[in-house]
Ligand binder design. Structure first.
Ligand code: URA
Length: 236
């Protein structure tokens, strides 16, 4: 993938994009043995090396994908029996990629897949309380009491009650449609929370994780790379 020199310098935290102009003007930036004349010059980091003051700047580019996980595949990198989420990404890009967090086999929706281990770790760290929002169809009539229970915390067989969660009722009837936002990531958490509140999840789809929102243009099984803005927002 081709990269602009000024963007590479800022991603490498060598210089803010505005400062990189001066470095380039002062003749301090080279691509192999060629002096860079403009920040807009593009290069392929797998072929050319960027130098500042004769020192090679190692450019390790991470890959970031959003997958609209379909139901029926497992969130794993390999599996002897099941299709995995990795099967939806091109094989030549698989190098070091791993899904961030886990969706159940029958859950659909937003899954971030990256080789940026530090970012993945941060998004999953319990202390960070990253919000995950799901759309769910549930049995029974969702009501104000359920909203209160989700807000207060539910007993799901863990040492502590679940952390406060937001429940928004979209439709209520014999079956209900809701949006639920949690900040934890326990095994089958959403399903166990509804079960504890006297209802069962019939369908579950993740809509967002932190600042990252599932692209509505994607269909189940489709993916796209994250934009630079999305990557920077996740790192904030
Ligand atoms: N909670 C669940 O119960 N399942 C998921 O896949 C995600 C959150």
């Amino acid at each position: 993938m081709l990269l602009r020199v000024d963007k590479a310098l800022s991603q490498l935290q060598v210089a803010a994009r505005s400062e990189s102009k001066k470095l380039i003007r002062d003749g301090r930036i080279f691509l192999d043995d060629r002096r860079v004349k403009s920040g807009a010059e593009k290069f392929d980091p797998e072929i050319e090396t960027l130098y500042m003051d004769g020192r090679a700047l190692r450019y390790e580019q991470f890959q970031y994908f959003m997958l609209y996980k379909p139901a029926g595949c497992v969130t794993a990198t390999t599996d002897a029996e099941n299709q995995t989420v990795m099967d939806f990404l091109p094989k030549e890009r698989h190098r070091n990629l791993a899904p961030v967090g886990r969706l159940d086999k029958d859950t659909e929706g937003l899954l971030l897949i990256t080789d940026d281990g530090a970012l993945g770790h941060n998004l999953l760290a319990p202390g960070k309380h990253v919000e995950k929002t799901y759309f769910a169809k549930v049995s029974d009539e969702a009501n104000a009491e359920m909203v209160r229970q989700f807000a207060m915390g539910l007993e799901i067989g863990e040492k502590k009650l679940t952390a406060p969660a937001k429940l928004r009722i979209l439709t209520a009837g014999e079956e209900s449609e809701v949006e639920v936002t949690i900040t934890e990531g326990k095994y089958h958490q959403v399903k166990r929370m509804f079960h504890a509140a006297g209802s069962e999840v019939l369908y579950l789809k993740r809509l967002s994780m932190g600042s990252l929102v599932l692209d509505e243009a994607l269909k189940p099984g489709e993916y796209r790379e994250l934009t630079q803005e999305e990557i920077e927002a996740l790192k904030r």
